[in-house]
Design a protein around this ligand. Structure first.
Ligand code: FMN
Length: 186
């Protein structure tokens, strides 16, 4: 059944609880390949990706733990329990990396193009039954984390995309009626 773009956009949800099933490298590659049709100015294709799928997931989790500001071992037991109860790793991680152009206009364009690509990827994954969550934890800029991923000077990790299968569909949070956000000029 063909769904309208409107329905696909509205029905996609961020998935924050995964069921532990792995996501294949080939699926991640196919999603990124199609997502890269995102508009990007000057055809700079200002993106590259570091992907952990099928392997490397535990290493990413360990590096994340090391870079978290409040170390998990220092958290009160009940808080840790609340944070980690039923926690399962996503089926894959995709780190989206953008060059930080020194020119202000190009930098804005490149960050915007990458955002379009990320939303494409979320919708394409959704179509395959793979949930995603776009995350920007503080430690994506941590030198230790950047070093672990071999992110070069002049590059920035803009997003950690979690991909994975899920059992429960979260409820949508209602959006503000768009009329309240629009000012017609003139
Ligand atoms: C730029 C950006 C950063 C986000 N960072 C996080 C994050 O760090 N942690 C998180 O749980 N969700 C994060 N999200 C997901 C949003 O919380 C989510 O999109 C929002 O709750 C709306 O839910 P929906 O995507 O199901 O409509 C981020 C989303 C965007 C666009």
């Amino acid at each position: 059944m063909n769904q309208s773009i409107k329905t696909i956009i509205a029905e996609r949800r961020s998935i924050k609880k995964f069921n532990g099933s792995p996501v294949a490298k080939s699926d991640v590659t196919a999603i990124l390949d199609a997502a890269a049709w995102a508009p990007n100015h000057g055809n700079r294709e200002p993106w590259r990706f570091i992907v952990a799928a099928e392997s490397g997931l535990n290493e990413i989790r360990d590096t994340m733990k090391e870079c978290t500001i409040q170390k998990w071992e220092e958290m009160p037991a009940d808080e840790l329990e609340k944070k980690t109860a039923g926690f399962k790793l996503p089926g894959a991680f995709v780190f989206v990396i953008v060059p930080e152009d020194v020119r202000q206009k190009e930098r804005l364009e490149d960050f915007s193009a990458v955002s379009a690509l990320i939303q494409n990827a979320q919708l394409l994954a959704w179509e395959k039954g793979i949930g995603t969550c776009w995350k920007t934890p503080v430690w994506i800029d941590a030198p230790k984390f950047r070093q672990a991923l071999d992110v070069k000077p002049g590059e920035r990790i803009v997003a950690m995309l979690q991909f994975g299968y899920y059992d429960e569909l979260p409820k949508a949070k209602a959006r503000t009626p768009i009329e309240q956000k629009i000012t017609f000029f003139g």
